[in-house]
Design a protein around this ligand. Sequence first.
Ligand SMILES: NC(=O)c1ccc[n+]([C@@H]2O[C@H](COP(=O)([O-])OP(=O)(O)OC[C@H]3O[C@@H](n4cnc5c(N)ncnc54)[C@H](O)[C@@H]3O)[C@@H](O)[C@H]2O)c1
Length: 279
Amino acid sequence: MNPRITDLQLPARSEKLKGRVALILGAGTSAPGVSIGKASSIAMACAGASVAALDFNLAAAQEVAQDIESTGAKAIAYRADVSNFDEMQSAIKRVMEDFGRIDIMQINAGIGRVGGPAETTLEDWDRIQKVNVESILIAAKLVAPIMVKQGSGSIIGVSSVAGMRYLGYPHLAYSVTKAAVTHFIKMLAQQYAGDGIRANTIVPGLIDTPRIQKNVAKVFDANADMDNTRRARDRQVPMGRMGTPWEIASVATFLASDDASYITGTEIVVDGGLTGKFV
Ligand SMILES: NC(=O)c1ccc[n+]([C@@H]2O[C@H](COP(=O)([O-])OP(=O)(O)OC[C@H]3O[C@@H](n4cnc5c(N)ncnc54)[C@H](O)[C@@H]3O)[C@@H](O)[C@H]2O)c1
């Protein structure tokens, strides 16, 4: 059975992140439904964390914070553009005033535009670089010193299989930035390993989130019909289906927890076998 997520599916409760504060950058959803940031925020709250849900769409972050609070956990929404240093600096300052610490940071916001060199404008290229890569520099500048002072922390980057392979259609700027995410996080891991900070990247495959309607549906169906798009994406995957955002969220929760205490500087591919196949 295809476990298509149409509603909130709360993960099992645990205390693996009890007492920790998780900052999720891009915690909202770009259209109604469940995104990777939303599922990760809720999953970490179900594991005992308090959540600082940051997004440039404040209403989307507030919706996530409300969902979390309805489970009994603490959550606060913040508005900031992850590519804007000043906005991020003031948001992180408020997170520290509200929570006093940051134990987990998932750098999740990501954008893209389908196209190769001919279709990619220099403006698109710059914007995608800024949101997908410069945001990591900004987040690390602001949050790594806090984690160093604490003597602990877990940083989680969100890349894509597009950063490893050509997906069958040009998604150039997105793919190049997603390759950079993995390498950036590896560099952070090495630099901060002695400070008790772990840094790892999740590499999702084809995941069924609302953004595929906005971003890539036209590649799979000329009319961007979502049923056809879903069927076409499902067919590409050896497991016969796209992943759910909850299947990424559970890996994020694992990487954030002490279960991953000796894992740093690496990536976990979560793709239903996609990158292992020949055609
Ligand atoms: N859905 C997939 O198939 C898939 C596959 C691989 C990787 N990913 C990656 O997972 C991450 C989340 O993807 P999703 O599908 O859940 O997307 P989504 O678009 O539903 O969620 C992304 C969230 O980030 C926010 N955001 C975007 N730009 C921002 C900015 N400049 N500042 C602050 N917030 C910003 C959006 O408002 C949105 O709430 C992205 O990095 C994406 O590249 C997704």
